[in-house]
Design a protein around this ligand. Structure first.
Ligand SMILES: [Zn+2]
Length: 489
């Protein structure tokens, strides 16, 4: 037992999700990522004096979707506040956020633990706010500012300190990502900054009730970093305590290149936030009919969908997890199953295998959105039918799949055009087997001497001679008869 085993970590996450609204939170500027710097800017988001913000209703709509999906309490009346601080990427000198009266309070996100159990992570609140601009340090001598991101709407999702390990924090973040992408309110792309995460971390002796001194860890901008950064900080805190030192409440920045967290230079970065109600924005009133309408339009919760895939389609948990990790994957899989029109669990499993291996491989390699994948679910279904009725082997199906990526033709047409039909004629196969056996007498001797492994060599030769088209089951049975015949003349 190491000293570390005597401790547990207490972690809470603040996740910022950039919302997929077409325009910014309080003006009509586009939110498109990657546009020329400072092209999506107007007097409102540039913070010019006298410019007045107007609330984008979709921001409320998206916040309601999230709040209802995680069982938050929706406030009938919520207000906006100004979070005042000075920073060069913040032209107004304040950020519009929510403070005393957020739109959603409470709720929870359920995570799946490694031992098969589930754990509810309570949420403190979900509130709306706007993003700041972006400073660019690596072009030319000075620092440049791009205000395209200024005013882009965010949801801040704040958890209670219910996470007990860096692993749990990682699982929680995954689940939050899964929920926001299923709801269609955020693309979940951490690398592009659509999902950002800060953490509050403290440690305490196991069994201790009170909380230890916490630090805030910022800049956890990739799934890979979150767990690693938290492990670093938890280890550091335990080491300080074990050496008899005391911890300071401070903000740390994670440096992914050096694998360390270092304290923020306090004078430069520490914000002494001052909040007050924003006099330019009226309170938001949400009534019951609005909540009912949003609730009725909510897609199936990813966890419920995962469980349904296991029950209805008899998929293993692993498959169901992968397929529901993104709404698009789950939709695609279900479209294949629907096109197959079969209640046979084997067909659902084939559909799952093709989506998980070939479809997602190409999607990953070409960095495609699944919605833009060139092969429709209906064509995958007809390919699976061709395998099921013996027209093609699974081996040929791989080649067919590659052809389908290039051609919009029906798989049946491609199979005919390219002569991919499986060779199932037993007498034709027997002829090839005879030739292969005649040609390879030395191997036949070895087989006769009891080297059964040599059987695979004969199968390979027959497949080579038929360009992979021979039906493997027939090849096996014909070969077996032939070789047994040779062994005992
Ligand atoms: Zn604007």
């Amino acid at each position: 037992m190491t000293p570390k085993d005597g401790y547990e970590s207490v972690i809470g996450l603040e996740v910022h999700a950039q919302l997929l609204t077409a325009s910014k939170a309080f003006c009509g500027c586009s939110t498109k990522f990657g546009d020329e710097p400072n092209t999506n800017v107007c007097p409102v988001c540039a913070g010019l004096p006298g410019a007045l913000p107007v609330l984008n209703t979709n921001l409320v709509e998206f916040a309601l979707r999230m709040g209802l999906a995680v069982n938050s309490t929706i406030a009938p009346r919520s207000t906006f506040a100004r979070k005042n601080y000075f920073y060069p990427d913040l032209p107004k000198g304040y950020q519009i956020s929510q403070y005393e009266e957020p739109i959603c309070t409470g709720g929870s996100v359920e995570i799946d633990l490694d031992d098969g159990g589930r754990k509810k992570i309570r949420l403190t609140r979900v509130h709306k706010e706007e993003d700041a601009g972006k400073l660019i340090h690596d072009i030319g001598a000075g620092t440049l500012v791009d205000l395209n991101r200024s005013g882009v709407p965010l949801l801040e999702i704040v958890s209670e300190p219910d996470l007990r390990s860096p692993k749990e924090a990682y699982l929680y973040l995954h689940k939050v990502r899964q929920i926001v992408t299923h709801l269609g309110i955020c693309d979940g792309n951490m690398e592009e900054g659509s999902l950002r995460c800060d953490a509050n971390v403290s440690v305490r002796k196991k069994g201790q009730a009170g909380l230890g001194t916490k630090t805030e860890l910022k800049n956890l901008n990739s799934f890979r970093y979150v767990e690693r950064a938290l492990e670093f900080e938890v280890d550091r805190q335990i080491r300080v305590l074990e050496e008899g030192g005391s911890l300071e409440q401070e903000t740390l920045i994670w440096d992914a290149n050096r694998n360390i967290a270092y304290p923020m230079r306090s004078k430069e970065e520490a914000h002494d936030y001052l909040y007050f109600p924003d006099p330019d924005l009226v309170p938001v009133h949400v009534d019951e009919p609005w909540i009912r309408r949003v609730r009725a339009g909510l897609p199936e919760h990813p966890t419920a969908r995962r469980d349904r895939f296991m029950k209805e389609h008899h998929l293993p948990k692993y498959d169901a997890d992968v397929l529901t990790s993104e709404k698009g994957y789950a939709d695609y899989f279900e479209a294949v199953v629907k096109a197959l029109g079969s209640a046979n669990p084997d067909d659902a499993k084939s559909a799952s295998n093709w989506v998980m291996t070939e479809v997602l491989r190409v999607v990953g390699e070409q960095k495609l959105e699944i919605g833009k994948f060139p092969i429709s679910p209906a064509r995958i279904a007809s390919m699976i039918r061709l395998i099921n009725d013996g027209t093609i082997s699974s081996k040929i199906a791989k080649d067919l799949f590659a052809e389908m990526l290039q051609s919009a033709d029906d798989p049946k047409v491609i199979v005919e055009k390219k002569g991919m039909v499986q060779l199932s004629d037993e007498s034709a196969i027997r002829k090839v087997v005879d030739e292969v056996v005649d040609r390879n007498q030395a191997q036949v001797e070895k087989y006769r001497a009891g080297n059964m492994k040599i059987f695979g060599f004969f199968v390979g030769e027959v497949m080579k001679a038929t360009k992979g088209k021979a039906n493997p089951a027939i090849v096996n049975s014909v070969l077996k008869k032939k070789l047994e015949g040779v062994r005992t003349p």
